[in-house]
Design a protein around this ligand. Sequence first.
Ligand code: GRG
Length: 273
Amino acid sequence: MNLNTYLKQRQTLVNRALERYLPPPYFAPGRLHEAMRYSVLGEGKRIRPVLALAACEAAGGKASDALHAACALELIHAYSLVHDDLPAMDDDDFRRGKLSCHKKFGEALGILTGDALLTYAFDLLTRANHGASVHLRVIREVAEAIGTEGMVGGQVADITIPRAKLDARAMEFINTRKTGALISGSVRVGALLGRATPTVYSALRRYGDRVGLVFQLVDDLLDKDGAVRLHGKEKVWQRAERLTQEAVAAVRPLGVRAEPLRELARFILTRSS
Ligand code: GRG
């Protein structure tokens, strides 16, 4: 398979769905809807939704089974970026090649845009017709991935642990949660919506855990920060490579259906942005 063609096709599918699902700016409150669309549409690799769709298919489902949830995961990612850019956190003026949300719409609307994206994501997770028990599992999976034991917990550790106290354990805590948890959660959500059997689900979970951590390790390699400062470039790279091999091996028994996941794992390891 050609990963670039696959990625483009999937990104287009997700972008069109996001465009449809996001409330239009001519509905009140227009300025909020404008800010939500501004923060989500446009650039962005759409890694999380693409992983969710690919995991759903690897489990034997159709991509369309996971499209609402895939978009919800991208809204949650966008919320985290909008809030991370706020003056109280990273204080970034630019995001995805344009002004960050709060710089364009003001700080109050920046906060509320993040809130609205997060809330709307859970609304989207209830759409489509998978039966109440599947929806409940998916909602729980997402809430765990992004709550105090996941993304928010990782972000709090990242901003509160003094740099001098950042040892290997603290670094691992941050890396598996801050960004890793939403990525691995995306794979689990796809698996659930593809009605994975318990064996397939645990293979996909193994894959997701590893790919989530690799994503953050590569981020550290690109930024020369975090794990790289602590362990050095060589060690971090070797670990990321080993985890990628394990991720690829975990889904090998799923055969050709999991080929996109194997290619995506290699893409996450070798990405340059
Ligand atoms: C504010 C609750 C809260 C959490 C913030 C995810 C996060 C936690 C902060 C983002 C800060 C950041 C830039 C972390 C590095 C890893 C990361 C999430 C990079 C951006 O993700 P990509 O590469 O971005 O998937 P695109 O733009 O392609 O979607």
